[in-house]
Each structure stands twice: as structure tokens, then as C-alpha cells.
Design a protein. Structure first.
Length: 350
């Protein structure tokens, strides 16, 4: 099978750290060929192009005219996602898009409608569901080893994200940029149940208290924030199956031994991801049944597997790793959580 041609729009931090290495890996595996990169910031575009050995651009019209790619990877600020996705579909390309997906569910609907009309795939970079540990836990759940899930606790965040995102999305912060990963993983582990209600509390602290950045504050001054972008969020989601998901998202967080994680409380035991831990109630007492170290690949933020799955879906004409219904579901949930935080009440989704 011939290689799929790819361009990347957006050459910032996330592209440099995760996307470029993943596309390099798929190219080495014989799946793809990177044709070019693009960014409004000429310095970023030039540096990325030179590092990757591909042409660089600052204008997407020129990028598409010069490359005619099969796949477009979008890693720009969320405010540009809808426009860039629609442009890519009009050029006949499939699209893989970073999170946050869009500003709201109306924009997501526009994107998915355009993808359907063009006969092209659209998917989102929710790579947590590709973790070996996540697949191991989902298999236990599907086989009934853990029994029904009653409660999921998930958390994540660090102080670095604040400086990265503070100028990109003045009305949405850590909940959109981080927690959507944790919530997508939780829902995927549960077998994609529908969220029933959403409740959230959001708080902005760093704008008025830059000392909270601790040793990072010198690097991130001036602490300039426009709008009400939250740097802390806490909430709860009730889903089908009598299960509750509690989450915490935090850019105020000091370094911890486990800066991110997900724990499940089930009828027959408990499980956690990142790191993996399995404890089962065998009636004689709790038994640790965590696989030996080295059995599974530790969880990380690499996107190699996600990119590979998306490329294979394009080449084989199969559904993408994150489907349209899952994309809509997570955006509706995100919108509801922000509505809850703003209105100080629980929001019903169905």
C-alpha cells in the first residue's frame, strides 16, 4: 500500500513535542510521507521545516496548492479549528485535530457535517485510549473480572499549561485543554455510556496571584490573562449504568508523584491507570493482581499509535480511532460543564 501524504498546520509546543515525532515514526514504518508544515509564526514554521527536512509555509492556501495532502494534522489554537477543518475538507483531505476540538458543539457539528459531505474522516487526538494500560483495564471490564464500575476518580494538570494557553483561549482553560483527555478515557473504559448530568466548579487564580506559579513565575511573567480562563476545575459527571466520574483539573498544581491518574472503584475490585494497578476481592481478602513490571508499555503522551490507527483507517476506509459520535459526546459534555460552572447548577444532558 502506498504511503499517505501528510501536512501539519501549527508548529508550536504540542506539535514539536508530540506530533512531529509521531509522524516521523509513521514515516519510518512506511505508512506516511510528511510533505510540509505551516504556521502563522514564520520563525516557528521555518524551524520546524528545517528540523524535519520539509518545505515550510505561513499561508495555508499556498500549503495546499503546493502539497495536495491526503491527511491534515491541525495543532493550532482552538479558535481556528473549525475554519481550518472546513478548508482541509474542501481540499479533499482527511483531518486529525488536536483538542480542544472546537469552541462549542455547534462548531463540532459544522466540522462533522463538512467531513460527511466531503466523504472524509475526522478524528481527535485523544491518545490516552491507546495506552497499553488502558486496553488492559478495558479488557478486564469487558470480561467482567472487575464487575460493574461504581465510581471513577480522575485528575491531571501542571503549572506549565497556564503559560502555554493563557493567550490562546481567553474563556476556556484547563478543563478544555486537559480534562477532556481524562473524561474521554473514562468514558472509553466504560464502553461509551451517555453522560446524564454534569456539574462543575471553575476558578481563576493565577491571573491575580502569580506567586502561585512558584519557581515558574519568573519564566511566565508578566502574568497576562484576558477573559475568565480557568486554571482550576473540579466536578462530577453521572453516566448511564449508575456510575459517577469525579474529576480535578489543575494548573495550580505543585509537582506530585502522580500528577495525573485515573482510578476505578468496581464491584469486585479496584483498578488504576498511569500507573497500572489491579486489586481484586477474592473473598479471602484483597489480592494485588497487577501485571509484573515490564509486561505492558508504561503510559506516556506519545501519539505514534494514534497516528498509526488514523492512517490505517484512511487507507482501509474504516472508522477513525475517535468516531463522530464520540467527538460530539465529549464536546457536549465540555459545554455542559462550563454551563454548570457559570450557572452554579447541575446540567442535564439527556
Amino acid at each position: 500500500m502506498s504511503r499517505s501524504t501528510v501536512v501539519v498546520i501549527g508548529c508550536g509546543r504540542i506539535a514539536q513535542a508530540e506530533h512531529f515525532p509521531a509522524w516521523r515514526a509513521t514515516a519510518e514504518a512506511g505508512l506516511t510521507e510528511l510533505l510540509g508544515v505551516c504556521d502563522l509564526d514564520e520563525a516557528l514554521a521555518r524551524r520546524a521545516g528545517e528540523q524535519l527536512g520539509v518545505p515550510w509555509h505561513t499561508d495555508t492556501d499556498v500549503l495546499f496548492a503546493d502539497t495536495s495532502p491526503q491527511i491534515v494534522d491541525i495543532t493550532t489554537a482552538v479558535t481556528s479549528h473549525r475554519e481550518l477543518c472546513l478548508k482541509a475538507f474542501s481540499e479533499g483531505a482527511h483531518v486529525l485535530c488536536e483538542k480542544p476540538i472546537a469552541m462549542n458543539v455547534a462548531e463540532v457539528t459544522d466540522i462533522l457535517d463538512a467531513a460527511s459531505e466531503a466523504g472524509r474522516l475526522f478524528s481527535v487526538c485523544f491518545q490516552y485510549r491507546t495506552w497499553d494500560e488502558a486496553h488492559y483495564v478495558r479488557d478486564l471490564l469487558e470480561r467482567g473480572v472487575l464487575g460493574p464500575v461504581h465510581f471513577i476518580r480522575t485528575w491531571g494538570g501542571d503549572v506549565h499549561g497556564f503559560a502555554l494557553h493563557r493567550r490562546l483561549m481567553p474563556t476556556r482553560g484547563v478543563l478544555s485543554h486537559w480534562t477532556v483527555h481524562n473524561l474521554d478515557l473514562a468514558l472509553w473504559l466504560l464502553g461509551d455510556p451517555e453522560p446524564l448530568t454534569a456539574s462543575a466548579f471553575c476558578h481563576q487564580r493565577l491571573a491575580t496571584y502569580p506567586q502561585a506559579l512558584g519557581p515558574e513565575r519568573e519564566q511566565h511573567q508578566p502574568c497576562e490573562v484576558v477573559g475568565d480562563m480557568e486554571d482550576f476545575a473540579y466536578g462530577m459527571v453521572r453516566v448511564e449504568g449508575n456510575c459517577v466520574i469525579a474529576f480535578e483539573a489543575n494548573w495550580l498544581q505543585a509537582p506530585l508523584s502522580r500528577p495525573e491518574g485515573l482510578e476505578l472503584t468496581c464491584e469486585k475490585g479496584t483498578a488504576s491507570v498511569a500507573p497500572l494497578a489491579i486489586r481484586l476481592d477474592r473473598h479471602q481478602g484483597w489480592q494485588d493482581e497487577t501485571p509484573p513490571s515490564g509486561t505492558l508499555r508504561p503510559s506516556n503522551y506519545r501519539m505514534d499509535r494514534l497516528m498509526t490507527e488514523f492512517v490505517e483507517a484512511v487507507q482501509r476506509g474504516t472508522p477513525p480511532p475517535v468516531t463522530a459520535s464520540q467527538v460530539v459526546r465529549i464536546q457536549r459534555l465540555s459545554d455542559a460543564l462550563y454551563e454548570s460552572a457559570a450557572s452554579h447548577r447541575e446540567i442535564a444532558l439527556s
